[in-house]
Design a protein around this ligand. Sequence first.
Ligand code: AMP
Ligand code: MG
Length: 586
Amino acid sequence: MKVFGITGWKNSGKTGLMERLVAHFTAKGLRVSTLKHTHHGVDLERPGTDTHRHREAGAQEVVLASSARVSILHELRDTDEPRLADLIARLAPCDLVLVEGFKSAPHPKIEAHRATTGEPLLAPHNQTVLAVASDCPLPDIDLPIFDLDDTASIAAFIENATDMASRSKTKLANDCFALPPGVIWTPVDEALSTLRKRLKPIAGTERIPVADASDRILAADHVAARSNPPGANAAVDGYAFAYEGLPAGDIVHMPLVKGRAAAGAPFSGNVPLGQAIRILTGALLPDGVDTVVMQEDVQIDGSRLSFPAGLKPGANARAAGEDMVAGQRALPAGHKMRAPDVALLSALGLSDTVVHTRLRVGVMSTGDELAEPGTTLDAARTYDANRPMLLSLAKRWGYTPVDLGHVADDRDTLRRALDDAAKTADVILTSGGASAGDEDHVSALLAEAGSLHHWRVAIKPGRPLALAQWNGTPVFGLPGNPVAALVTTLIFARPALSLLAGGNWLERQSFQLPAAFSKTKKAGRREYLRARLTEDGHVEVFKSEGSGRISSLSWATGLVELPDDALDITPGTLVRFLPYSGFDLA
Ligand code: AMP
Ligand code: MG
């Protein structure tokens, strides 16, 4: 979440400016929340209302809820006024928090100013004020000055200052999609290593609560704020003592101290050497105590504990920081968060994460023959299968899918569609029209823009591929054929999108398994077959290799990858199986 503030004296026009900015940013599709500071002790509701009466009677938090909105009033009473950061942490995730007031908090701000207030500017004395929005000229000030009513310019300044403008505008090198020169058919591995070397994150960053961070990509290393466990504690229910004070003998007898240590309720007293205390799992070990005997192994007789000798020093105890120590790197930048990572960061005392904004993946279909599923009975029309497939993949992979619709085979229409797409998406996936034929307008247009790299990759299925940038936005021109579109998306676009999103390069996962089929494969290109596992753990392939067979994609549970070299496969030959789950498809 980006945070930006409006400050200024009373009657300086703060609230009007806030109002116009909220309207401006929400109209652009951003989710905006606001926070306003008001004067000491002001009551937030009318005396005599029902909820006011609840509060007066002593309630700590009062929630007033209707079908339209919810308000929470939290009485501070004798606790300290929360810091701005704590208040922001209570907000639901949004794109931008606009803060009114809080002039001493460290967030960046604009000062609103009106001549009529007669007050001197805060700006010269407040380093966090980055600009002034004023209704009168202001000489002698070394900051940008905006007209108080010029909302658009002020908004643009805020976008820049909060880096929102750069959400998708990190530029890739012009030649990022250039394949090695002089090679007619580039091997798959070389094409992949080109993508891996040249692509870099283009997604912006934002701060969100750890609890919301599952499937998001960390934009920074995350370091333990405290150790886990924070203090030495018991790993079992039992009795704790100092090992050093254990009496001799085959059966150990020890007096029990009065009291007990439980998780969250430590024992504050002293456990003398040679004595033991009742302890429960997770309880902090009392001072001096280092060893725990399990309750299943002891006998209790009044206040005397007995158990067989042979326990090791430190048995059944967890050392402070044995899992992770405060300051240690818990997760690196580029890591994609999963539920276990949410647990880890929470245990280490982090409430917020810095993550990449979700990559906006635009998906466009091209072709005069295409129609929306179910809209026509004309046999000359093909229902658009790629767009819903690619949009659902983008969503599944944690990106924001942007439906760019279906564009006819017309160069001007396509040009306009790409212009718009480059503004709304961080990366564009097109399908169809990517070869070099008469109706292949995607590649023709991209070539016109000068950034096309026609990818002649030695792969089947998967030709043609056109990689380019349109006004700086990367474009993956995928083949129209749905089988080829899926294979190239899984093999090339998936790891590439991950890098663009700020994540790691994703290797394809595979297993060597015995084939349940026969095939003679020629040398020279890599092949992907639609495949699935038989009940006895062999790999079978779809009955037809026809690339128009969409049913084969759905029949399969993965792909078989056949190497670039020639291969004679008979039942039992080991082949490489790439399960759909390894591509995060299922
Ligand atoms: P193209 O690459 O445009 O020559 O298309 C190759 C084949 O894929 C043609 O048979 C197209 O009709 C088909 N095709 C192209 N786009 C789609 C799509 N979005 N959904 C289903 N089939 C498509
Ligand atoms: Mg076409």
